[in-house]
Design a protein around this ligand. Structure first.
Ligand code: TRP
Length: 374
């Protein structure tokens, strides 16, 4: 019996047992055959897929069957604004941009600026503040190198007349008991949150509505978001559209240990707005894989799986496999001084953030070319 854990759209608790989740959710592992197929079709496999940050999927093989026959897919993902983006939030957008580049995919990005306003208890988020945060997120996302001709970003409150019409169709197939069971909602859940899944489902078939024929869709997301699509895919199918393919990522660990880089403790995560000094400070305090005593360390060596510095390199900041192997080995054998280890990571993060800021400055005034409103 695995330890208790919980992964759904509104809470991630405990140590997630990913193998168990694959069985429970009825999803499939991204195996070597699928990686080889992606490599064959894309000419490359992103290190986030290769190294298993993206570890599971739904219907990726069906999607690639279609792609190989000349049927192009589009990519859909999103983020609910709640308080500024962390580097961990970028995972799905980095993946979407890569898929755009390698598969020529159009990209749709939903910013549900009502979601956290509705679902988060005990915060003072207003629709005004989530709206503002949404625009900040949109700029952070667009600056990751998306092609403005092939990328559309929208806020739910601003694209509502298009989205709502489709959400209503989805909602007709989602009963209260389906949603209650899937999310564990009770009688105290507000009805906006109960309806919300229908809004998140829409962009997964919106292109088909627009095109007047089925267009395949791929959704990169964190495992916590699978639940929305678990229920919505059936509704989408009943409406006569292709069920979207999904690729699931695990979570980037928090800097201080723990399963998910939570946005609620600012020291646990690197924010895109963090100054170079703040980044250095946070990385310096990050958990490493060193054993508790010198004696144990000598006998067992460090544990790269526990080390946030190793994990950040592996999943986000060190694309070069040889350099990564050196870092992981250094940790395991204890040959790398922890100070060096941290300094090196902080420098990589700061370099990334500086470039990202520069790109934001470059595109800030042309954001309208990305935004959809109706
Ligand atoms: N619900 C997501 C969040 O909490 C935001 C989101 C909207 C999303 N549409 C999506 C995430 C599609 C993944 C895929 O951040």
């Amino acid at each position: 019996m695995p330890d208790e854990y919980k992964v759904d759209a509104y809470s991630v608790e405990g140590k997630v047992d990913y193998e168990d989740a694959v069985k429970k959710f009825g999803i499939s592992l991204i195996d070597d055959a699928l990686k080889a197929r992606i490599k064959n079709d894309a000419g490359d496999v992103h290190f986030m897929i290769r190294r298993g940050l993206y570890f599971a999927h739904r219907d990726m093989n069906l999607l690639l069957d279609k792609y190989e026959k000349g049927e192009k897919f589009y990519v859909y993902t999103g983020i609910a604004p709640s308080g500024g983006m962390t580097v961990a939030h970028l995972v799905h957008f980095i993946m979407a941009q890569w898929l755009q580049e390698k598969f020529g995919a159009d990209v749709m990005i939903q910013i549900p600026d009502e979601e956290k306003f509705l679902a988060k208890k005990n915060t003072n988020l207003t629709l005004g503040s989530t709206h503002e945060l949404a625009y900040k997120d949109a700029l952070d996302i667009a600056a990751l190198g998306f092609n403005p001709d092939k990328t559309k970003i929208f806020l739910n409150t601003e694209y509502a007349s298009v989205l709502y019409k489709q959400a209503v169709r989805v909602s007709k197939y989602l009963t209260f008991s389906i949603i209650k069971d899937a999310f564990g909602f009770g009688n105290d859940t507000n009805i906006g949150t109960i309806f919300y899944t229908s809004m998140q489902a829409v962009p997964a078939f919106l292109k088909s509505v627009e095109a007047g024929k089925n267009v395949p869709c791929l959704v990169p997301l964190g495992l916590d978001q699978d639940v929305h699509f678990r229920v919505a895919r059936n509704a989408i199918d009943k409406l006569g559209y292709y069920k979207p393919a999904i690729m699931h990522s695990t979570f980037i660990p928090s800097l201080k240990g723990g399963p998910k880089m939570s946005a609620s403790d600012p020291d646990n995560a690197i924010y895109l707005d963090d100054s170079p000094e703040t980044v250095e400070k946070k990385v310096n305090r990050a958990i490493t894989g060193q054993q508790s005593t010198a004696e144990l360390q000598k006998r067992l060596g460090g544990d790269p799986d526990k080390c946030a510095v190793c994990q950040y390199n592996k999943y986000l900041f060190e694309p070069d496999d040889k350099k990564l192997a050196k870092i992981i080995e250094g940790e395991r054998r204890g040959t790398m001084r922890i100070g060096e280890h941290k300094k090196d990571l902080a420098a990589k993060i700061n370099k990334f953030l500086a470039e990202h800021r520069k790109e934001k400055d470059r595109i800030r005034d042309s954001m309208d070319s990305f935004m959809l409103r109706a």
